[in-house]
Design a protein around this ligand. Structure first.
Ligand code: THU
Length: 163
């Protein structure tokens, strides 16, 4: 028999970015802008990420690919490594992610972090003991706001499991 458990989470979906608060709109605009600095000659999929830290700094990053494909790194993980290298255990209040697909120049819906990045976001927030709020959006179209990145990784594995 066992116990059937249910996992449910809520997120906010906006019709477009004009409905965002000023600070969030600015952060998303930084994520959009920085996509231009992605190094993505293999996928042509340019991703930009921007984080507002609790120390009020904004840090941006992009995906960095490699001819040896698995050596490529997503924008989210480049961002986390940059933040921790610059500021140590800095709490991230909000992290915005945007992109443009240069194969067809489309960017009309939100994308959400890949599985490996979800694991990295999880570890980052456990480490600094502060939830990361996510804003996900293309250059146009709907915007998704998720209050805590851990919502994207139910039943996650962490260092605590190895204690
Ligand atoms: N990518 C990111 O940087 N972040 C995501 O959330 C999804 C995928 C990158 C990895 C690769 O360089 C390209 O987009 C295509 O997968």
């Amino acid at each position: 028999m066992g116990n059937i458990k249910k996992y449910v989470f809520s997120y906010n979906e906006l019709e477009n970015d004009s409905l965002l608060h000023t600070k969030d709109k600015l952060l998303l605009s930084k994520a959009k802008e920085v996509t231009a600095k992605a190094y993505a000659p293999y996928s042509d999929f340019f991703v930009g990420a921007a984080a507002l830290l609790s120390n009020k700094k904004i840090v941006t990053a992009t995906n960095q690919e490699n001819a040896s494909f698995p050596a490529g790194i997503c924008a989210e993980r480049v961002l986390l490594s940059t933040i921790t290298s610059l500021y140590g255990e800095a709490a991230i209040d909000t992290l915005a992610i945007s992109y443009i697909n240069h194969k067809n120049n489309k960017s009309d819906h939100p994308i959400s972090p890949c599985g490996i990045c979800r694991q990295s976001l999880m570890e980052y927030q456990l480490r600094v003991k502060h939830p990361i709020r996510l804003i996900l959006a293309g250059m146009k179209g709907k915007v998704i706001i998720i209050d805590d990145a851990s919502f994207l990784l139910p039943l996650n594995f962490s260092g605590d499991d190895m204690a």
